[in-house]
Ligand binder design. Sequence first.
Ligand code: FEO
Length: 171
Amino acid sequence: MLKEKMQNALNEQINKELYSSYLYLSMSAYAQSMGLQGVANWMKIQAQEELTHANKFFDYIHERNGKVILKAIDAVETEFGNVIDLFKRVLEHEEYVTSLINNLVDISIEVNDHATRSLLMWFVDEQVEEEASVQEIIDNLKMVEGKGQGLFMIDKELSTRVFVDSTQKGK
Ligand code: FEO
């Protein structure tokens, strides 16, 4: 059985993952409005990934015989500046999510919940990958800054991203 403090924190995280999905969907719409189809595709897949993160917590709470409580999702921003600003905002958000995951790990240690701690290790690793992949895109965008051809190529590359349910790996 999940301790109440842990359960509440995990439910809070479901909300944050759903918020993340909503944020990336908003970014996808923004990229569409800028005519960047590849970026829009990348963001939409990012939004899908966040749903799988929410689901992983959702299923886990049930697996531990806990109670899932879904709360209202906050409204998201709709303007993100230029394409570098946009990806910087992604990185900032992922760093925030990393801090939330670290906080959950702290709670799992505090309440002696080794099973939850084990689940959270998957998210710790996932956050490292997420931050690294966004940083790489920012670096590439900076390299071609001001050059339309370069942005065109990066957008083309981002259009090749396909959805993979990473919650299924290492299960
Ligand atoms: Fe669910 Fe992008 O972290």
